[in-house]
Write a protein that binds this ligand. Sequence first.
Ligand code: HPA
Length: 280
Amino acid sequence: MNDLYTRASAAADFLRSKTALQPRIGLILGSGLGGFADHVQDAVTVPYAEIPNFPQSTVQGHSGKLVIGTLSGVPVAVMQGRVHAYEGYSMEQVTFPARVLGLLGVKTLIVTNAAGGINVKIAQGSIVGICDHINLTGTNACLGPNDERFGPRFHDMSAAYSPRLLKLAQEEAQRQTWTLNSGVYLAVLGPSYETPAEIRAFRTLGADLVGMSTVHEVIVARHMGVEVLGLSVVTNMAAGVLDEPINHAEVMEIGKRVSQQFSSLLLALVPQITALPAGA
Ligand code: HPA
């Protein structure tokens, strides 16, 4: 069987055959946020099922399409839906799309997700900029032999979430008259939500948000030297914070409700990101 680099290159070559655009920014849209892809202009939409070697999403709310086009004139590749480890996918499958975006030449990856709020100062329904993560999934997307064509064996994660992109996002939010707080995202495997005891433990570890995605995509993005901006939508307070159960329908509903604020922020940010000097 071909190696990962060859398989990811085949997917990237296939996408290049669909459009002459060279995406500068990649976006991965999380639960309830897929509607943002409607903003893409001159869109070429490719179902994941058509892309060689691409994993298929099984979760409701993740539609499974790659949309290549422009946002405010900037070429972008938008993943409408992602696959998660809790669906039974391997680390390689979970991060395959991020690898393909890297091979397509994106310089920036914007990762978005739905998350539970651990820090009580973070309001349900708010958008939070991810400043760092804690990977408690017990695994790592770079496990196994390293392929130097992607990046080095041991790669730095000390500024995995680009401080300058987070600052840019915070400044833009302020311009749009709201405050983008920042927080540490802790990743679990899922699919069960956490117990209240786990959430108390995560709080003492320094986590502000909890979710079941993102960290592995960020690990491979940094492996490839791609700069990362992470945004979470706090769809619910984490287990035990409020005296009520968590349900997926609520997670989806809140995602939809903040989608306008989310879209305004992203639409304004995209051209600003491309105007930055090169560098991660
Ligand atoms: N926990 C884990 N993942 C999540 C949550 C949560 O409370 N909300 C949205 N994704």
